[in-house]
Design a protein around this ligand. Sequence first.
Ligand code: GRF
Length: 194
Amino acid sequence: MRLGILGSGSGSNMQAILDAIDAGTLDAEIVLVLSDRPDAYILERARERGIATGLIDCRGFRTKFPDEAQAETAKALQQAGVDLICLAGFLRLVKQPLLEAFPNRILNIHPALLPAFPGLDAWVQALEAGVSETGCTVHYVDAGMDTGPAILQAKVPVLPDDTPESLHARIQEQEHRIYPEAIRLVQESLSTAS
Ligand code: GRF
């Protein structure tokens, strides 16, 4: 399975996917890593591994993912022969035409137990809401914000002395465990379907 990764940040989830591939627990290859931020560490990690990288030109928009940029992204991923797209800390909302080009083949990892706390800084939202438990979700991407069907979730307790940083760090440990596992599940379901 050929994976394409979109990320805007540190890329620790991509690293977890690479580690699973190295450990032989995930039969896949990351063939292209794209980012909307030239200084994102995810690009550095990819280059160190010799993985092809590219920049998404969002035409100067700070948060929007303009249609032209989505079409260019779809084309680059198709040309690289990508089977499945994994969003890994990608901070823009994916819509048509990227969704149309990869129907049911885009996954995202979100740092909360969806449908609770969609959107940004979900661990801060969980702390502010005073819940005793949060977690993370790998889900299919649809046109909504963090609304697609869930594939796997992991729970994380909120501890009395948690700070946003400590809680996010514990959620990320679980993200790194379930993202490769969810990709494996999707791979299985695709091979059964074909
Ligand atoms: C993760 O917490 C993920 O849930 C969210 O963005 C963060 C990305 O972290 N969507 P990283 O770039 O994979 O380290």
